[in-house]
Design a protein around this ligand. Structure first.
Ligand code: PBG
Length: 324
């Protein structure tokens, strides 16, 4: 109807013209880099399904963190692989545990870097579930106290923000109360409010050794077809005191990112999960796609969908590409 008066191609005519009219930008400021810290010494074990990602022992951790600091990435997210596991995930809230020591080590060397910790039991329980199990059932309320203890011990070790990923009901409130009662009212909670029961976590479970030994996570993580329920989860976590909301996974859930962004005022983080990373790496290794271009297109797409923050295993690469 408007052609030939209106010609959209006029504004695509050169690189600088495209720069001028670009609507969304991926920035280094948006990125969080996840790392897997393991017990032991002198360990830097590659995760088979996630090329470029390692299980790293404490003594080798700082050089890996340095990469993020060097690229001026604002924060890292730590996951722990403990020495031993038990039914109640004791390693998760042990003040001398893997994450607690990792946080102290990193904050000691890089006090300015934001250190976030994943708060969950699945890496620490012998059954691999995110809460306490009785008669094959993952119990909600008894798990809350352990999750709150875990978050508190992370804060006591110097964590700047805690990120509960267990999906038990009421955990944000339990964690908020424990932090507030112990002098950590200033520590924010970045809640994995909208976390789906997803096959895209497969490589992570290899990386963290956290696959459930029986059953699955469908009774606590969300059912992928649901969107209204995502808004209820976010609303509930905000009411309980969440300071930021995570949507996870990212790629197959961009409508959810948009809906959460639209409905709430808090910062929204998209978690570009292990399976999304693995797919890009695999296709790039086959020579079928351009890793840098595809990654930047995806991460920018997450910004366009409404994410303010992106947690990604590609963070250091993306930052390097952005600085280039
Ligand atoms: C722990 C947790 C998981 C992820 C982050 N925290 C795995 C799971 O819920 O099974 C997944 C991250 C990824 O796939 O990159 N509950």
């Amino acid at each position: 109807m408007y052609y030939p008066i209106t010609r959209p191609r006029r504004l695509r005519s050169s690189a600088n013209m495209r720069r001028l009219v670009r609507e969304h930008h991926l920035r280094v400021d948006d990125l969080i880099y996840p790392l897997f810290v393991t017990a032991g010494r002198d360990v830097k074990k590659p995760v088979q399904s996630m090329p470029g990602v390692y299980n790293i022992s404490l003594d080798l951790l700082l050089p890996e963190v340095e990469k993020a600091v060097h690229q001026d990435i604002p924060g890292i997210l730590l996951f722990g692989l403990p020495e031993t596991k038990d039914a109640i995930g004791s390693g998760a809230y042990d003040n001398n545990g893997i994450i607690q020591n990792a946080v102290r080590t990193v904050k000691d060397k890089y006090p300015e870097l934001l250190v976030l910790t994943d708060v969950c039991l699945c890496e620490y329980t012998d059954h691999g579930h995110c809460g306490i199990v009785r008669d094959g059932e993952v119990l909600n309320d008894p798990s809350l106290e352990l999750l709150a203890r875990t978050a508190l011990s992370h804060a006591q070790s110097g964590a700047d923000m805690v990120a509960p990923s267990d999906m038990m009901d009421g955990r944000v409130q339990a964690i908020r109360e424990a932090l507030d009662a112990n002098g950590y009212a200033g520590i924010p909670i970045m809640s994995y409010s909208v976390k789906y029961s997803s096959a895209f976590y497969g490589p992570f479970r290899e990386a963290a050794g956290s696959a459930p030994r029986f059953g699955d996570r469908k009774t606590y993580q969300m059912d992928p077809p649901n969107v209204r329920e995502a808004l209820r989860e976010a609303e509930q976590d905000i009411a309980e005191g969440a300071d930021m909301i995570i949507v996870k996974p990212a790629m197959a859930y961009m409508d959810i990112i948009a809906a959460v962004r639209e409905n709430f005022d808090l910062p929204v983080a998209a978690y570009n999960v292990s399976g999304e990373y693995a797919m890009i790496k695999a296709a790039a290794q086959m020579g079928w796609i351009d890793e840098q271009k595809v990654t930047m297109e995806l991460l920018t797409g997450l910004k366009r969908a409404g994410a303010n923050i992106i947690i990604t295993y590609h963070a250091v690469d993306a930052a390097r590409w952005l600085h280039a």
